[in-house]
Structures are given as C-alpha cells and as structure tokens.
Design a protein around this ligand. Structure first.
Ligand SMILES: *[C@@H]1O[C@H](CO)[C@@H](O)[C@H](O)[C@H]1NC(C)=O
Ligand SMILES: *[C@@H]1O[C@H](CO)[C@@H](O)[C@H](O)[C@H]1NC(C)=O
Ligand SMILES: *[C@@H]1O[C@H](CO)[C@@H](O)[C@H](O)[C@H]1NC(C)=O
Ligand SMILES: *[C@@H]1O[C@H](CO)[C@@H](O)[C@H](O)[C@H]1NC(C)=O
Length: 596
C-alpha cells in the first residue's frame, strides 16, 4: 500500500492492471496484511481509473476524481433521523432477529402503555391496572419501519436474553411474577408469532442478571439481584451453581455489580466482570480458571453502569485469536446513594482495555472525550466501537442520572495514536437516560430508543420525560459522499441457503459503486446481534474472517473466498450479519447461519 503513497500515476496504473488481470491473489495475503480500518489514512491516490472489462484499457477511460474518499481528516460526524415519534412502549430491551424484525419490550407491571393490544386481548395484572389491555412489547420491522403490539403475560422488567441456534429469542427472568420465568419468541414472516411463556422455571429468581449463548446452544444465566449463582437453560437436572464473585463484589446498599458483563472467549471459557473485578469461568467444570487484576478507577456495573465489548476477533488460521476486552464509563462508589439525595456526581471518563489472552494481562486506561454513565457500547461492522446514550452525572436508577450526553463517541481500536483513538460525533436532540437502549441494524445504522427514568410513564416530567420514540443514527460511513466505496453483496456461494459449517470455505461476490477494490483495504466481518438492555449488549461479537483468495469478476465486481469461523467457541451456532467493509464503508449485511 505504501506504493500508492508515492502518487506515482504509472505505478498505480500498473498495479491496477495487474490486479485486474490476475484472477486469484495469493492465499493468506490478508492474514499477514492487517485489515485497514476506517480511520486509517487512505492511500493517497489522485486518480480514479474506470477500466472497461477488456484488455484494451485506454487512457481516455481515466477520469479525475469527483468524490471525496473516506479519510481520517474528514470522516464526518454522522446523522440522526427520527423513525417513529412514538411506538407506544419505551424501548428498555431490544433484540434484532434474523428476519430484520426487532423484539422490543419494557416492564409490564406499571399500568397502561401507549400501545393497545389487538381488540379483545387483555391481561390480568395483580398490581397495576388489574385489567391491562395495553402492550408492553412490540415487534418493529426495520425494512418497512412499522410495528405491531406483542403480548407478554408476566413482568419482563430488567431481564436478559440470548438468541439460540434456531434464531429463537430465549428470554429469562424479570420481576415479581416474572422472576423465574423463561419465555421465547420465534420469528415468523407473517403476523402470527408472539411471546411464549414456558412451563419451566429458572431455579432461582433473576432480576438484573445477564445471559450468554454457549457453543452447545445452551444459555448461561448469571447473577441477578441477590442471586449469587449461575445456571443454564435448558437445565435438565435443575442445578444451580453458587458464584462467590457476585457475592463478594456486591457493595452494601448499592450493589454496583448487577448485569455482570459476560464474554465467551475462543478457549470456551466465560469472561465475567462485576463491579471492578473479573475472572475466567470454566462453566463446564464449575471452576475459576484465572482472575484478572481489578480495573482502576470507577465501578462499572449497575447502578454504577458502564459498558463492555469484546473487541473484534481477527481470525487467521489459529483457533485462539488474541482477545481484548474494552470497558468504558461507569460511576464512583456512592454515586447512586448520593443521586437518591439529589446530588449527581461526575460520571467516569475512563475506559480500560485488557488483553485477556496474555499470560499477565494489565488494564490499559484511556480517557473518553466525554464522561459517561449508562453508555451503550456497540461494535460496528468496521470493527470500531460506538458509544451512545447515557449521562455525564449520577448513576443508573430512577431519577438518578443528570446531564444527558448527546454526542456518540467513536473508538478506533486499531488506531496506533492514542490521541486519535476517540472522536465525538453528531449529537442527537433526545436525552437517552436510564432505561434506554441501542442496537446495530443490518444496514450499519444504530437503532436508539427508550429512556424512562421514572417509576411510571411520565410525559410531563420536568426532567427527562418518558421517551417512546425510535431514532436511527447513521455513522459517518453511511454518508452519501462514500457511496462509491460501498460494497453491495451480489451472492454468497458454496453454501445452501446461506448456511455454513464451521471452517467451511465459501465465496462472496460483491460490487462497488464504481470504484476499484483496494487490495488489503477491505474486511469481511460477521456480527452476532445483541440483546441490549441497561447499557450492555449481551452476546455481541464480531469476527473478522480469514480471506484466502480474491478475484475480479467484472468491472467493479469481485469475489472473495473466506473461511467460516473454525469453532463454536469462536462463534456459537446461529445467525450472523455478514458484512463486506471496503475502506471503512460497510455494505448492507446478509444473514448467514452458522451450523454444527
Ligand atoms: C401517551 O398517552 C397519554 C395518555 O393518553 C398522552 O397524554 C401522551 O401524550 C401519550 N404520549 C405519547 C408519546 O404518545
Ligand atoms: C413455576 O413457578 C410457578 C410459580 O412462580 C409455579 O406455579 C409453577 O408450578 C412452576 N413450574 C414448575 C414446572 O416448577
Ligand atoms: C498459519 O499461519 C502461519 C503464518 O501465517 C504459518 O506459518 C502456518 O504454517 C499456518 N498454519 C497452518 C496450520 O496453516
Ligand atoms: C411526573 O413528574 C412530575 C415531576 O417532574 C410530577 O410532579 C408528576 O406528578 C409526575 N406525573 C406522574 C403521572 O407520575
């Protein structure tokens, strides 16, 4: 790539032509050559060549550029758009399913929402309305921007979830009559599907617990208020495993360890983080493999809510890629108790990053440009991390946050210069305080909704009235000025119905909007859709696939051969969004199914 920097017109021409007429590149090239991310300065090319797909490439086909390139200097700040002023339910929990529909739900125990159930449908609510004929859940259709009410029978407040290998949402716990409930939602392509409450129960009540899908398709359910244990679903022998970490990290009166952060590592063990401590759990043998150092600074879990992501797993030919965890935001101990008395302490500004696969890992600390409690952290298809929602003061909890932070912040994990690793983006106009959420959409936008820091819906509250809207944030890479760089997937071959087996090679054909593919400057990524609530995107993971060959098949159209992830520890079976990202600009994803 350095060659391009010399601005040598002829050299560029020669390289372009040789790419053009060499059908297959050497296998493994992209492994040695680490993929470039969006923020990396692009090669300095001063011309765009539009060759005819023939051996006669004439100078007359060369034209000067008219469109800017996606570059660090002018990446843009993105755009907000309002999708729905009100969907009638505040979006506390969100899960994208593989038919581009999103299950959204709030709590169900406070009385009426602003969305009616279909005529004749009501439920008996022992504590609130008695006869509640409103919905507390809905199904939002991304493609048509429409929604319909769903019916939950019991209280799903502050619960958790994971999608299994069949694409069914398994949701666990909640409050009161929902404490031990397990519910499922299986997507359908008509309007018939709805929540199903299973006759089985969790072994203990779990409110504010976290879930993770496992390689064997079970769901592990960890913690919850005064639930210092973990268990599995399905749970054939009704076992529950005591988990001392959770008891040990509970602060008196404040807790600060709820909704523990969970990440499944490629060695099959589960990284668990609570408050400021973390460890590696071998859940198969109920054994602690190792403990990590305490993260410096603030506390990181509810109500001192920060967020956590496992940075992209870059898959070469090894089954054990390096793994880094990034945790950002949170609040100091005592912040919640003070907020209850109307004093809002400054939120955390720091992020800690740790390479958990190192023999002696350490937290490397960095400062965000903005303080944040209740940040939602999402992996973008590019491998970058976006931090949205939340507040600069206080903590999570009713009426406990203040000073909304309206600007998302981007974190570029591969940016070598720490001073350039963060950038602040275009602010929204809507505070997204406690009980708000965000998820990645299949086209690379971020869906943002919720915010209700009050006991009930309150549309006239002086501060932060209940928000029932849905917004989309389009990161800079969706700017029209980058349309010429955007890939679009034409076909996926070597698979049956886009289902791939572990380690299987398959090919992806894609076109670019009138621009040459720059070798080494594209990525093929797979993203697992998260269950997001309370600022933690459970089950979120991003895999950068190993590219073994590339071929040009038409002007501006290419075919790349990739390997599916090698093991279920690296990527549990199920549905993933497959993205091709060229020069930092992702395509609209295609769902692929990874199966045993
Ligand atoms: C919700 O319904 C209430 C009562 O009908 C109404 O006052 C309020 O404006 C509605 N809010 C939204 C955002 O639709
Ligand atoms: C589940 O719990 C409910 C009460 O919360 C109880 O009525 C029901 O019998 C339990 N079901 C099973 C299978 O234990
Ligand atoms: C994996 O890649 C490394 C370097 O890229 C190479 O030396 C090694 O032979 C490869 N191993 C396999 C099993 O392909
Ligand atoms: C809404 O909040 C205000 C305070 O901002 C309070 O006075 C009012 O009673 C609340 N309304 C409801 C319906 O809870």
């Amino acid at each position: 790539m350095a060659l391009f920097k010399k601005q040598s017109f002829l050299l560029f021409l020669v390289i372009t032509l040789s790419l053009f007429f060499t059908p297959n590149s050497e296998p493994g090239r992209h492994n040695q050559h680490h993929p470039h991310y969006s923020h990396a300065p692009p090669p300095d090319r001063s011309i765009i060549i539009k060759p005819k797909f023939s051996s006669e490439l004439l100078l007359s086909t060369i034209s000067l550029p008219t469109t800017p390139r996606y570059s660090a200097a002018t990446p843009g700040v993105g755009e907000w758009s309002l999708l729905q002023e009100s969907v009638g339910v505040s979006a506390m929990h969100m899960q994208l399913l593989h038919n581009n529909k999103i299950v959204i739900f709030d709590r169900a125990d406070f009385g009426s929402s602003n969305l009616s159930l279909p005529a004749g449908k009501c439920r008996f609510d022992p504590r609130a309305a008695k006869h509640d004929c409103t919905a507390h859940s809905l199904l939002y259709d991304v493609d048509s921007n429409t929604y319909r009410p769903l019916m939950v029978q019991t209280d799903v407040w502050c619960s958790s979830g994971a999608v299994n290998s069949l694409g069914t949402l398994v949701q666990t716990g909640g409050y009161h009559d929902g404490y031990k409930k397990i519910r499922t939602f299986t997507p359908c392509n008509d309007d018939t599907c709805d929540w199903v409450e299973l006759p089985l129960n969790l072994t203990v009540q779990r409110w504010y617990g976290s879930d993770h899908i496992l390689p064997d398709d079970r769901v592990i359910v960890v913690g919850g208020r005064r639930a210092y244990s973990y268990e599995f679903f399905p749970n054939n022998d009704n076992r529950v495993f005591p988990f001392p970490l959770l008891k040990e990290t509970t602060d008196p009166k404040e807790e600060n360890n709820l909704y523990p952060f969970l990440h499944l590592l490629p060695d099959g063990n589960l990284f668990v983080f609570a408050n400021r401590r973390s460890l590696l759990l071998d859940y198969k043998n109920d054994r602690i493999v190792r403990e990590y150092p305490e993260i410096p600074g603030e506390k990181r879990n509810y109500p001192a809510t920060g967020s956590s992501v496992m940075l992209p797993l870059k898959l070469g030919n090894s089954s054990y890629p390096t793994v880094e965890i990034l945790i950002c935001g949170g609040a100091r101990g005592g912040a919640y108790l003070k907020a209850l008395r109307g004093r809002f302490m400054a939120a955390s500004k720091s992020c800690g990053r740790i390479r958990v696969t190192d023999p002696e890992p350490v937290w490397v600390m960095e400062d965000m440009p903005l303080r944040r409690v209740m940040p939602d952290m999402l992996l973008l298809p590019t491998g970058d991390v976006i931090i949205v929602n939340g507040a600069a003061r206080g903590s999570a909890g009713w009426e406990c946050g203040d000073e909304p932070v309206l600007s998302p912040v981007m974190y570029y994990p591969d940016e070598p210069d720490p001073a350039k690793r963060f950038s602040a983006l275009s602010p929204s106009t809507k505070p997204r305080m406690y009980h708000s959420a965000a998820i990645l959409l299949p086209d690379g936008r971020i869906l943002v909704g919720g915010s209700n820091p009050h006991v009930k819906y309150n549309f006239t509250a002086e501060k932060y009235p209940t928000d029932l809207s849905l917004e989309a944030y389009s990161p800079p890479y969706l700017g029209t000025e980058y349309a010429h760089l955007r890939p679009s997937i034409l076909s996926i071959d070597g698979t049956e119905d886009n289902a791939v087996a572990y380690g299987q090679q398959f090919t992806i054909s894609f076109s670019l909007g009138g621009f040459q593919l720059v070798p080494g400057e594209y990525l093929v990524t797979m993203v697992a859709p998260s269950f997001t609530t309370h600022s933690f995107a459970m089950n979120q993971r991003l895999l950068v696939l190993y590219v073994s060959a590339e071929q040009q098949i038409a002007p501006f159209a290419y075919k790349v051969t990739v390997n599916a992830p090698p093991t279920a520890n690296i990527a549990p079976p199920g549905y993933y969004m497959l993205f091709v990202v060229h020069q930092g600009v992702p395509c609209h994803s295609v769902w692929i199914k990874l199966h045993i």
